[in-house]
Design a protein around this ligand. Structure first.
Ligand code: FES
Ligand code: FE
Length: 458
């Protein structure tokens, strides 16, 4: 049964029903490319981090040839977890149950009591670790269990261009390991919000705007802050919003300050980084980034990112851009582990990196103004709709729909479908359209989708 209707409604069962969740694991998470780590987390051979691809635990490791590899974190003997650390460096993983040992390239190397147990009959070559396909784009490592999936670039479609504008402008590095937060929410609630729900900002985040952390009123009222950014344009207030959608279900929004700029201007970044950005980006990406104070996106299904200039620090700190990546890792219908990475340009000064980190912590860090506001609402959705009455209703996403169409943008030349409006549900409808298409497809097992093979097999 379709849980998403053409007129912009989504059944609340999609957010609370465990049966729907199980179906998502097979129809969506078993089939799509999933983010697993940033390259800078595993810079040298043998470096690893442990992550999840939905419910499947994986080890993400740089092998001896320098290539990122991903393995199911499960011993081929009787399934025990191979690695219990969050991160480290190793040439081998030794299972804590019976001691089977695997190389960091996923090959079975050692079997205690081999001669006594198996004589010469054990085919070690067929017992390597299960290895999904891996591809890297702009430093972001993705993996998929689906050997039949299109390439990562094809799966991203127009979203690759927006990702390049954010992650391809220079080499980035993570500031430490990701923060982790176990939340009482459905994974789609955060994904749809980061994919373009600017509508919630004046209400949910009113306190942050009132405090002057963010917002056009603050800019107008604080010329000292505005001075850092550019000349305030009295003819262009409020902000300029460009939501965008793709057929692959990836969505986002770009926001520009009501300022005048007469040359490429990368708000919130040190001037000495700008030439590098200009070198790596195309003309349209440079135009998009000029005066941009917010770029947010959701890569379907569960990888979001946001680049946000925080305008006021309450001291002499100039406005700084915070770039962070967040993953809504599904655990159950009403349980999601949120992983959050803060990223900075590798060649930025230590002082600027600190400003950027502060900007992140004050807004979208776990204790920041924005994050705590959001979760109060999101956990309530998972909480109050578990009963039969709540489940009988729908969520409403009709804003900017056929009855009142969202206008397309004619002022920019960006890929995908690009709109010009402050408030619309067009991004959410695009995401749920893709979600329903994937949920309607036959199960992966009956659709000829090939599961990844163990190392050395297939
Ligand atoms: Fe790993 Fe037995 S389960 S060695
Ligand atoms: Fe929010």
């Amino acid at each position: 049964m379709a849980l998403v209707t053409d007129d912009g409604k989504v059944s609340r069962n999609a957010f609370v029903d465990q049966g729907v969740f199980e179906q998502e694991l097979d129809r969506i998470y078993r089939r799509t490319w999933l983010f697993v780590a940033h390259e800078s987390e595993i810079p040298t051979a043998g470096d690893y981090v442990t992550r999840r691809m939905a419910l499947d635990p994986v080890i993400v490791i740089r092998d001896e040839n320098g290539a990122p590899r991903v393995f199911l974190n499960s011993c081929r003997h009787r399934g025990a977890s191979l690695c219990s650390a969050d991160m480290g460096n190793t040439s081998h993983f030794r299972c804590s149950y019976h001691g089977w040992t695997f190389s960091n390239e996923g090959k079975l190397r050692g079997v205690p009591g081999m001669q006594e147990m198996h004589g010469n009959t054990l085919d070690k070559d067929s017992l390597g670790l299960l290895e999904p396909r891996v591809e890297v784009i702009f430093g972001l490592i993705f993996a998929t269990w689906n050997d039949s999936a299109p390439t990562l670039k094809d799966s991203l479609g127009p979203m690759a261009w927006y990702m390049e504008a954010a992650f391809g402008k220079c080499e980035h590095e993570v500031i430490g390991p990701p923060g982790r937060l176990l939340t009482h929410t459905n994974w789609k609630t955060g994904a749809e919000n980061y994919g373009g729900d600017t509508y919630h900002v004046p209400t949910t985040h009113k306190s942050a705007v009132d405090l002057g952390v963010y917002g056009p009123d603050h800019l107008a009222a604080h010329p000292d802050t505005a001075r850092h950014l550019g000349e305030f344009d009295p003819d262009r207030n409020p902000y300029l919003y460009h939501p965008y959608t793709t057929d692959q279900g990836h969505t986002g929004t770009v926001l520009h300050l009501p300022m005048k700029f007469d040359k490429p201007t990368f708000l919130g970044y040190e001037d000495n980084l700008w030439p590098e950005f200009e070198e790596h980006l195309d003309d349209e990406q440079i135009k998009m980034r000029t005066g941009m104070n917010l770029l947010l996106a959701n890569v379907f299904p569960n990888l979001s990112w946001i680049e946000l200039v925080t305008v006021y620090h309450g001291d002499d700190t100039p406005p700084a851009m915070a770039l962070h990546v967040r993953q809504w890792q599904p655990i159950a219908a009403d349980k999601t582990e949120l992983l959050v990475w803060a990223l900075v340009p590798k060649t930025a000064s230590p002082e600027w990196k600190l400003w950027s980190q502060r900007a992140f912590i004050r807004t979208l860090g776990f204790g920041g103004n924005f994050e705590t506001d959001d979760y109060q609402n999101w956990t309530s959705i998972a909480d109050v709709n578990r009963g039969p009455a709540g489940r009988s209703l729908d969520h409403q996403y009709q804003g900017g729909g056929p009855a009142n169409p969202t206008p397309f943008a004619d002022d920019v030349n960006w890929p995908g479908k690009v709109y010009l409006t402050e408030n619309t549900d067009v991004t959410m409808r695009a995401m749920y359209k893709r979600w329903q298409e994937m949920m309607d497809a036959p199960p992966a097992s009956s659709n000829g989708d090939r599961m990844a093979s163990p190392v050395g097999v297939g």
